[in-house]
Design a protein around this ligand. Structure first.
Ligand code: F6P
Length: 545
């Protein structure tokens, strides 16, 4: 069942829909302080969302009444909160340095996770330090990471965010797409003898990764004749060691992944071998520690001051009470350029659901579409639409207070832009103020009114500002855990299971006979729809030319 919002909150939403943000600030002079959450040097400012401290309190009560405290405890206790797949949800345990047993199916999952982590750490250290050798004895200088979805987005984001130019460690290339152009482009500059391949796939059956892996192994074999590259320069991070073994990988090169780690969370598992290999052990541990610190905050903090919970409550309010159908994430940090794509999978694959955990239709709407892009670049692309378009879309600004390097002046400009955009979205600029300004240029009458109208920004557009100290490994770990837990809370309050993704299966099933028709000339199934049949016929005809 979807827990229904209590009537007082529904009534508050009706009123607040037509209450300008400026009015909310006028009514409550202390609003900015009352709606800003603090954790260490972090600040999350919800004061520009169309809610009040009372609404947030009501939503926290709603979360308690909906059993959220029990769900949180159940997840951390290793209970099977992924109900449809009857699996525990163990990504928080992956970053927990503690040793107290965590019983899952009668065995200590913590010990198994630690064993897996040690094995991938040993490989990562050898690669990072230049001690790993390929089939010809050449030192490994490059990691080619093959994976898709969670087996790609997380490690790709972390490496892109934290890699510093000239830092020690191997080069790295990520390939996800089965489009042959992706792999061709990746392989062109690589030296086969010094490239180590990581096949990251929990299921070891995902079509894209499987086909790319086969192509890469062919490339290695062709480039290194008389050697067995698969025996020493291919690693698999997977929950299906049997399938990796069947591909000829030696036992030592198979890095296990627990069944209880969902694909969207796999960066914390042995899939993160690429992160540790490229960035080194220290950065990898800092990433895990940062995430663990957020895990503890999430587990131990009352809902009213709990960052992931408060963000989730604001998200639920925007989506379910105010019925916003989109959500935009804008990190003002080049390091986080890949974050919107990462969060897109996290949110939409988790909570893009129309049926509750009990198989009933959800009441109302679930996850809004999520997209975004890095600031300031977005200001010169989609921000016009945000400021003057016909839709109101909540924005999440993520802003590091301090630069990664030492250029404080340009960083100050970056931060200023983020804060200015949030200000402009909330308060806008009315036509009257613009008219007064333009009058001095000699414009008047209809021309003046027209000029002011096209320039006016209505404002009253909601946003959240997440201010973090700086983008380093610990902060990034905490930020990713913050969004993971927000996502979990939202899923629970929508009544869905945020840990399955059955919707992605249908397309995979349907692709098989179409691929058979296109590549193998096999007939399409008799019940294939006419649209698909006509397009397949056309592609096949072009292929035959
Ligand atoms: O897109 C579905 C999905 O199962 C994701 O959840 C997952 O991250 C991705 O495919 C890759 O799966 P695997 O790691 O099993 O190859």
């Amino acid at each position: 069942m979807t827990p229904a919002l209590p009537e007082p909150l529904v009534a508050a939403a009706r009123t607040l829909r037509s209450t300008p943000l400026a009015t909310l600030f006028e009514r409550d002079r202390d609003r900015a302080r009352r709606l800003t959450l603090a954790w260490n040097d972090w600040r999350i400012d919800l004061s520009r969302e169309r809610l009040t401290p009372e609404v947030l309190g009501g939503l926290a009560d709603h979360a308690r009444a909906s059993g959220l405290p029990r769900w949180i405890e159940a997840m951390f206790a290793g209970e099977k909160v992924n109900v449809s797949e009857s699996r525990a949800v163990l990504h928080p345990a992956l970053r927990d340095p503690g040793r107290s047993p965590l019983s899952v199916d009668g065995t200590d999952a913590r010990a198994a996770l630690r064993g897996a982590r040690d094995r991938s750490a040993a490989w990562a250290a050898r690669i990072h330090d230049g001690a790993a050798r390929g089939a010809t004895g050449a030192p490994i200088r490059h990691v080619l990471h093959l994976g898709i979805g969670g087996s790609d987005l997380g490690p790709r984001l972390v490496v892109d965010a934290l890699r510093r130019p000239g830092a020690p460690g191997p080069g790295v290339t990520f390939v996800a797409n089965v489009d042959p152009a992706a792999l061709a482009r990746a392989l062109a500059p690589l030296d086969a003898a010094s490239t180590l391949v990581v096949i990251a796939s929990k299921s070891f059956g995902t079509q894209e990764t499987r086909e790319n892996a086969k192509a890469v192994i062919r490339w290695l074999d062709a480039a290194l004749p008389g050697t067995r590259p698969v025996a020493c320069q291919v690693l698999a991070a997977t929950a299906r060691p049997d399938l990796a073994r069947a591909c000829g990988l030696p036992e030592d090169a198979i890095l296990p992944m627990h069944d209880g780690v969902g694909g969207r969370f796999s960066l914390w598992s042995s899939v993160g071998v690429t992160i540790a290999a490229v960035l080194g052990r220290e950065a990898h541990l800092a990433l895990l520690d940062g995430a663990h610190a957020m895990d503890r905050h999430f587990r131990e903090t009352p809902f009213e001051t709990n960052l992931p919970v408060a963000l989730a409550l604001a998200g639920l309010w925007n989506a379910s009470a105010l019925e916003h159908r989109q959500r935009i994430v804008v990190p003002y940090a080049e390091a986080l350029a890949l974050l919107p794509a990462y969060l897109q999978q996290l949110s939409l694959e988790s909570n893009g659901k129309r049926v509750t955990r009990d198989g009933e239709p959800v009441a109302g709407r679930t996850a809004p579409a999520l997209w975004g892009g890095v600031g300031t670049d977005g200001q010169h692309a989609f921000f016009q639409w945000l400021h003057q378009g016909t839709d109101q879309v909540p924005v999440e600004f993520i802003v590091p207070a301090l630069p990664a390097g030492d250029d404080r002046d340009r960083h100050a400009l970056l931060v200023a832009n983020a804060l200015a955009q949030a200000q402009a979205l909330a308060l806008g600029r009315p036509a009257a103020a613009i008219e007064a300004e333009l009058a001095s240029t000699g414009l008047s009458g209809a021309a003046l009114a027209r000029a002011a109208a096209v320039r006016a920004c209505p404002g009253d557009r909601p946003s959240t500002t997440i201010l973090v100290p700086r983008i380093d490994a610990a902060t990034l770990g905490a930020l990713l855990a913050l969004y993971e837990h927000r996502n979990f809370v939202e899923g629970i309050l929508w009544g869905v299971n945020p840990f399955d993704q059955f919707g992605v299966e249908l397309g995979k099933i349907l692709a098989a006979p179409i691929a058979g028709a296109l590549a193998g000339g096999r007939p399409l199934p008799a019940d294939c729809d006419p649209s698909t049949r006509a397009l397949v016929d056309h592609v096949a005809a072009l292929m035959r030319r």
